[in-house]
Design a protein. Structure first.
Length: 61
């Protein structure tokens, strides 16, 4: 049986939502303000989903 990934078991949505909201509201002195990218993705959410989909569940041996 394949091992479960972390995204299947637990994903801290509240923390991800807070980080994404903070990242969206940063306006001054941030590297994203150099150029407007029209198809911008929330980086915190994308990183969290990518990490959780690659890492095995630590509680499942």
């Amino acid at each position: 049986m394949p091992r479960k990934k972390l995204i299947e078991v637990a994903l801290p949505l509240d923390a991800i939502n807070d980080a994404s909201a903070h990242e969206k509201n940063v306006h001054l002195g941030h590297i994203n303000n150099l150029h407007v990218w029209w198809a911008r993705r929330p980086l915190a959410a994308a990183r969290a989903v990518l990490f959780a989909s690659l890492v095995d569940d630590p509680d499942n041996p």
